[in-house]
Design a protein around this ligand. Structure first.
Ligand SMILES: [Zn+2]
Length: 236
């Protein structure tokens, strides 16, 4: 089982950790700042600096089958560290921060367009959401509203509720295709003050102002009742 430091502090760039095991699938650590692929957000990249040894490039991060252990996938041909080895795990911060900004921007997009979300993905300073929506959407209008919300510089926080509380409040779940993980007894809610509250396990910026300028680059009709909206964030 891996302690998930990115959950409480998405801004943490590195941590000391101990190798639990390392095999062809990846390197498991007792704690990590690396976000594992999930919820439409890709797994982090970065490096593991082995105490007294090599620095191992990490090209992806995924959950192991138990959904409790996080695997750091090394670059092809990298030597694997021994169990018990001390490492410093360091993420590619530039890439991660672009994803945090994009992920938070998608929450705001779901406020601008209050339709059920049927899919989505977070990229590097860009992303998309698919909406269950029959309406014709105006790109310039969506972009204007999205940037108004970003400019509010609203704080982004989190709290935890029980599975039972979530079951009692089904309206919290905007994403039809990705059910929040139930069964662990508690669910993480991400709150953008006075704007948005929904279950989410991803990484976000601390205030919406950090997103910067967002452009709506495309609104695509994917069938009669599906609209795919793509956004791109400007360079900071
Ligand atoms: Zn989120």
């Amino acid at each position: 089982m891996t302690e998930t430091l990115f959950r409480d502090d998405a801004y943490r760039k590195e941590t000391a950790a101990t190798v639990i095991f390392a095999d062809a699938r990846g390197i498991a650590l007792d704690r990590t700042v690396f976000y594992p692929r999930g919820g439409g957000q890709p797994g982090d990249q970065g490096e593991l600096a082995v105490d007294g040894g090599a620095t191992i490039p990490i090209v992806n991060t995924v959950y192991d089958a138990d959904r409790q252990t996080i695997l750091h996938v090394p670059a092809d041909g990298a030597a694997l560290p021994a169990p018990g080895a001390a490492v410093v795990a360091r993420i590619d911060w530039r890439m991660r921060y672009g994803r945090m900004r994009a992920h938070t921007a998608l929450h705001l997009l779901s406020v601008v367009l209050p339709y059920p979300v049927t899919g989505g993905s977070v990229g590097d300073a860009e992303g998309r959401l698919d909406f269950d929506c029959e309406a014709t959407l105006d790109k310039a209008e969506v972009e204007r509203k999205l940037n108004e919300l970003i400019a509010l510089d609203a704080p982004v926080g989190q709290r935890w509720i029980s599975d039972e509380e979530l079951d009692a409040n089904p309206a919290l779940v905007k994403t039809m295709s990705v059910k929040p993980p139930l069964g662990s007894g508690r669910v993480r809610l991400v709150a953008i003050e006075n704007l948005d509250l929904q279950p989410c396990g991803g990484t976000h910026v601390a205030r919406t102002g950090e997103i910067g300028r967002a452009s709506v680059t495309q609104i695509e009709k994917k069938g009669r009742i599906n609209r795919r909206v793509r956004i791109v964030l400007s360079e900071l």
